[in-house]
Design a protein around this ligand. Structure first.
Ligand code: ADP
Ligand code: 5GP
Length: 194
């Protein structure tokens, strides 16, 4: 085993409700070589979510103090809540050789790309805006209108992503998602993690 290998930063993005968590959770359950980057957020916890697993749930004052301390590799205000990617945790895991999977918004993804050219970006695309809305309803989402307002803007930026996966049929989308990650792993020589 090559213990010198550094992990790859794999950024998964796309509109809210498109199926990012669904694809990532399935992948992480099957793959032993990657870890999920747990973001900080000021939004309220959903009933099934766990603090420290899905997000670090925090208040706005704490979040802003963390920004000032340089704690985040990137942060954004998405749908009226703050979300941020912790820098040191990610760097520590990448050094161990594990790949890191980030689930972040489109602007945050492009910000990571700017700071870490060795990162690789996957855009998850919805079959239609109507279907996207249905999925948010299915999830019991309360902030549907706020989330739908950003969709066109997000889809317009998909050309800046190295990989696009259409999430229409979930089985097919998952196969394409896995293939994209396998291709990324083949291409990266593991010497540069950011
Ligand atoms: P995101 O993480 O992008 O916000 P989720 O993974 O939470 O989205 O998915 C939103 C909802 O859509 C969930 O209820 C999920 O089960 C459902 N979903 C995901 N992919 C599909 C699919 N291909 N077809 C139908 N429903 C899906
Ligand atoms: P949700 O509230 O549905 O969990 O997430 C809303 C949006 O915030 C999603 O697009 C998700 O990818 C994004 N998000 C989650 N964590 C981060 C983060 O650390 N940074 C950025 N920029 N976006 C994030």
């Amino acid at each position: 085993m090559n213990t010198e290998r550094k992990g790859v930063l794999i950024v998964v993005s796309g509109p809210s409700g498109v199926g990012k968590s669904t694809l990532i959770d399935r992948f992480l359950a099957e793959d032993g070589k990657s870890a999920f980057s747990v973001s900080y957020t000021t939004r309220k916890k959903r009933p099934h979510e766990e603090d420290g697993t899905d997000y670090y749930f925090t208040d706005e004052g704490t979040f802003k103090a963390l920004i000032d301390q340089g704690h985040f590799l990137e942060w954004e205000n998405v749908h009226g809540h703050f979300y941020g990617t912790p820098r040191s945790e990610i760097m520590a895991i990448l050094k161990t050789g594990k790949d890191i999977i980030l689930d972040i918004d489109v602007k945050g993804a492009l910000s990571i790309k700017g700071q870490c050219p060795a990162s690789r970006l996957i855009f998850i695309e919805p079959p239609s805006v109507t279907e996207l809305k249905n999925r948010l309803l299915l999830r019991g989402e309360k902030e549907i209108d706020t989330r739908m307002k950003r969709v066109e803007e997000e889809i317009a930026l998909r050309g800046q992503f190295g990989y696009t996966v259409l999430n229409d049929d979930l089985g097919k989308a998952y196969t394409a998602f896995r293939k994209a990650i396998e291709e990324i792993r083949r291409q990266m020589n593991g010497t540069n993690n950011c």
